[in-house]
Design a protein around this ligand. Structure first.
Ligand code: NDP
Length: 264
């Protein structure tokens, strides 16, 4: 499919693993030039090596950047513009969830979750905002979670922070469209990726295979499609929303949960 982003520049935060890495891959396959970041330099280099092997002609750059640090985001933005030129699309994906019930959640985790979910989008947005506004196809696309609408007691702080992000993206969509920047998000259910691999490594039964463990989670949680999503599935939704293929869509929150949503 032609996403109409050939030679356009996309930035993906948290592009070194999981959903972010698959998003970078799909953007490159669609002919875009891509910059991505993460905090861990080694993981970034590993991701860049695998992408260069698959896309030898790719115009690709990666650099360490912590989305929680405004100065780090501004340094990254300066590097990106110098190396890749004007930026058209920002995909705010970096982050992770916090698994804890009310009684397990320390006071500071409420603050750090909210900070990650809101400032993890706002800091890169502020760093790239002028670029996006100058583009004729400017877009911000955020990774959010179904928890925003369907909170879970075992992820109480993350659920609240996700709801705040959904609320914020709605307002951003209305405010930024005056600069021509579309703002959309995806609402994820459970997707196989780095976070789940790390939880698998701490499974109770070391004999259990990945397929059994992940299939068991899907069954236990009652996901109608009977499986977790694969990172390339949210990646497709992200690239669609970020691209001019979604040129009349702003303020949308697209469900990518395998039917796990229970709300109307
Ligand atoms: P992964 O752990 O595989 O990837 C997370 C990426 O984000 C890594 O590249 C990581 O690199 C980067 N990252 C994390 N924190 C920061 C930071 N402060 N600054 C810059 N980069 C950062 O996770 P997923 O692919 O599963 O998750 C991607 C997004 O989807 C996350 O926001 C997650 O919360 C969300 N999500 C995922 C779900 C799932 O089931 N997988 C469900 C709901 C939401 P590094 O650690 O080197 O910084």
């Amino acid at each position: 499919m032609d996403f109409l982003i050939r030679e356009r520049v996309a930035v993906v935060t948290g592009g070194s693993s999981g959903i972010g890495l698959e998003t970078v891959r799909l953007l490159l396959a669609a002919g875009a030039r891509v910059a991505f970041c993460g905090r861990n330099a080694e993981r970034l280099e590993q991701a860049a090596r695998s992408l260069r092997a698959d896309f030898p002609q790719a115009q690709l750059m990666s650099a360490p950047c912590d989305v929680l640090d405004p100065a780090s985001c501004h340094r990254f933005a300066t590097d990106v513009v110098q190396t890749m030129g004007a930026v058209d699309m920002l995909i705010a994906n970096a982050g992770q969830g916090y698994v804890a019930t009310l009684d397990e959640t320390p006071a500071d985790a409420w603050l750090s979750e909210t900070q990650l979910k809101l400032h993890g989008v706002l800091n890169p947005l502020q760093a790239f905002r002028a670029q996006l506004a100058a583009s004729d196809i400017g877009s911000l696309t955020c990774v959010n979670s179904l928890l925003a609408l369907q909170p879970e007691p075992h992820m109480i702080a993350t659920s609240a922070a996700r709801a705040a992000l959904l609320n914020m993206t709605h307002n951003l969509a209305h405010e930024l469209i005056t600069d021509g920047i579309r703002v959309n998000s995806i609402l994820l259910g459970m997707v196989e990726s780095g976070q789940w691999r790390r939880r698998y490594e701490q499974r109770a039964d070391p004999e259990q295979t990945w397929e059994d463990w992940i299939g068991g989670i899907a069954r236990k949680r009652g996901i109608p499609m009977g499986r977790l999503g694969r990172p390339e599935e949210p990646a497709r939704a992200l690239v669609f929303l970020a691209s001019p293929m979604a040129s009349f869509t702003t303020g949308a929150a697209l469900d990518v949960s395998g039917g796990f949503n229970r709300h109307l």
